[in-house]
Design a protein around this ligand. Structure first.
Ligand code: ASP
Ligand code: SER
Ligand code: ZN
Length: 612
């Protein structure tokens, strides 16, 4: 994940995303003015006051959160929940106050800032006394349950980071299932708190003029919320046939390996067999699905990293090196002193990777429990993308210090990571000795697609589920069934066994337990291919697109930086245009990239009953 920007609770948080003027304006409960209508000058003065106060509060809350995230105790939870409650109160107050200026004619910058103030909260609390503290306490309990969850397998106690690591390579279906069941049991007790949290955030959202919290989240994209919902469906329709092709091929290989009793040739795929706890990225089972007959890849990045003596710090340094090659300045010394790069031995921490901008100036950090493997090599580039973005927009006014939208924030580092995973680049930095020939293009594309294309339906469905929960269409009794209905519909996966009646499987995913919105990752999975296609064109690349690396290209770097510097000062289509010349989300960038693979999969799938 990223940054505390827009993450649950924090103030830093709240300032996400462009509210949609007409929508909020129509519904926000402006106080009836007891005096004359407010003026444009008052609006400007109000915005200046709010920016100053929020910047201070955000730094305070970030520091509290940092301490809690890197040292979970009852006390740090207490302190952080208090800071978060105060931050929520402050931003709710400003959101309501901003609505007083709905009808006032103001300059464009002030208008944008007012809209950001109105719609920037992630989990707003109702205004009644005590509600924000209640919300923050519940959130702290959920976060702690998730981050300190343990599973005992064969007498060995494992945290989620251990389970992730084991699932990459474990191929015994019974052992895989034990780990999967164990982790999902951790989420069971979260259900009651989750329902309470939902009700509170919904009350808060209604007070701000939104029908529910899902509508608030959908209002962040410089278009009416309903249009945004339709936009996600449009994008899914562009990529769905390709996903189904990949699903069909992978299912057949799993059936070849495990047999009908474990993975039938037809119907959905067993969700625990894909090398990842949530079946969200499948690259770890490349060995099972690799093309036969010598067309495999001739390197395994995890093995190369280990063989070349990489340690977690060297992985982060290498990531930084890609950004500096594009012309970005090196990370500040404080980054290296203050980041948490590996899991501390003697205390509980939040291991889920994140990137931080503590003072909204230059105190950049990452927090990871890095291991030396290909997944974390990519994640390092991902997290650093947040940090370089944060630094690029550091000169913007406080309310514009954010991504063009939250999908942009997630896409920056992924775009760099895509370059960093090419054999072209791996050879340049000495991680592999020879660049595999053209016969490796299908294997390379397949490996990428297992992570990036498999991710798309998952990236879409997590918030489809939350939108339904927030709207009340799915009630707490239906949480788990609705979750699996969506997983079946979009991903075509099924749990290894019938789920217990009291299961709460959505809570087994960080962003659900932590109230971090998720559609951003679906968007990022598309934006990053738009960035990549544009960057490679600018660089004059004329080999196969999947081999393109813009490492060392300062001109591309400069254009990229120009987009990042805008922060959230402009509607996202303008930011996108700055770098790519395009002004809408377009999944053709992803289908073009994988065209050869899709054709190959179609061949391979002849005779299979694809779909589920
Ligand atoms: N970048 C990932 C995410 O945004 C972090 C991770 O997978 O650990 O959630
Ligand atoms: N990092 C995000 C997650 O862990 C998206 O890949 O879900
Ligand atoms: Zn992220």
């Amino acid at each position: 994940m990223k940054t505390k920007l827009l993450a649950a609770s924090a103030v830093v948080a709240m300032l996400a995303a462009g509210g949609f003027a007409a929508h909020a304006a129509a519904k926000a409960p402006a106080k009836p003015a007891a005096h004359a209508a407010p003026t444009a000058a008052e609006a400007k003065a109000f915005v200046a006051r709010a920016e100053e106060a929020l910047a201070k509060e955000s730094e305070y809350a970030s520091r509290a959160q940092w301490v809690q995230n890197t040292y979970i105790t009852d006390d740090t939870n207490w302190l952080t929940a208090k800071a978060n409650a105060e931050a929520t109160d402050l931003s709710v107050r400003y959101a309501k106050e901003a609505a007083r200026f709905n009808g006032v004619k103001v300059d464009a910058v002030t208008r944008r800032k007012l809209e950001l103030l109105k719609g920037g909260l992630v989990m707003p609390a109702p205004g009644r006394p005590g509600a924000s503290q209640e919300l923050a306490d519940i959130q702290a309990r959920l976060d702690t349950a998730y981050s300190t969850g343990k599973v005992t397998i064969d007498g060995k106690t494992m945290g989620l980071d251990d389970l992730d690591d084991a699932l990459r390579t474990e191929r015994d279906p019974a052992k895989i299932k034990a780990m999967w069941d164990g982790w999902h049991a951790v989420a069971k007790p979260m259900k009651g708190d989750y329902a309470k949290l939902t009700a509170l955030a919904n009350q808060g959202s209604r007070e701000l003029g939104y029908p529910d919290t899902g509508a608030l989240w959908r209002s962040w994209y410089d278009m009416p919320p309903d249009d945004f919902g339709r936009e996600t469906d449009r994008l899914w329709a562009q990529v769905e046939p390709f996903y189904k092709n990949l699903h069909c091929y992978v299912r057949a290989r799993l059936n070849d390996k495990y047999g009908d009793a474990v993975q039938p040739r037809k119907g959905p795929i067993r969700a625990d067999l894909l090398g990842n706890m949530w079946a969200q990225e499948w690259g770890n089972i490349y060995d099972i699905v690799a093309p036969k007959a010598g067309a495999g890849l001739n390197y395994d990045l995890t093995k190369q990293l280990v063989d070349h003596g990489y340690d977690p710090v060297k992985m982060v340094k290498t990531g930084e090196g890609f950004y500096t090659s594009l012309g970005f300045s090196p990370l500040p010394d404080t980054f290296w002193k203050r980041s948490q790069i590996t899991r501390p031995r003697d205390r509980e921490v939040v291991c889920h990777a994140s990137a931080w901008d503590i003072d909204n100036k230059q105190d950049l950090r990452i927090k990871m429990c890095t291991r030396v493997n290909a997944d974390d090599f990519f994640t390092v580039h991902h997290e650093l993308g947040h940090n370089f973005y944060q630094r690029a927009y550091a000169d913007q006014p406080f309310l514009f210090k954010n991504g063009a939208n939250d999908g942009f924030h997630e896409a920056i580092g992924d775009f760099v990571g895509m370059n960093a995973l090419t054999p072209t680049y791996l050879k340049q930095i000495g991680l592999i000795d020879t660049v595999p020939g053209a016969e490796a293009d299908i294997p390379l594309l397949l490996k990428r697609a297992l992570d990036k294309v498999a991710f798309l339906p998952w990236g879409l469905l997590v918030d489809k589920w939350r939108w339904e929960v927030f709207s009340g269409r799915v009630t707490p009794e239906q949480y788990n069934k609705a979750w699996w209905d969506l997983r079946l519909k979009y991903q075509g996966v099924t749990p290894p066994d019938e789920r217990p009646a009291d299961a709460f499987d959505p809570g087994a995913k960080f962003h659900v337990a932590d109230s971090t919105p998720y559609m951003r990752y679906f968007l990022a999975d598309i934006y990053q291919y738009q960035f990549y296609r544009a960057a490679c064109r600018q660089a004059g690349w004329n080999g196969p697109l999947n081999r393109c690396s813009v490492y060392g290209d300062k001109e591309v770097g400069q254009r990229f930086q120009a987009m990042l510097e805008l922060g959230q000062s402009k509607p996202w289509p303008e930011a996108l245009k700055t770098f790519t010349g395009e002004d809408r989300l377009d999944a053709s960038a992803i289908t073009e990239y994988y065209k050869a693979l899709n054709d190959w999969l179609t061949q391979q799938n002849k005779g299979e009953a694809c779909g589920w």
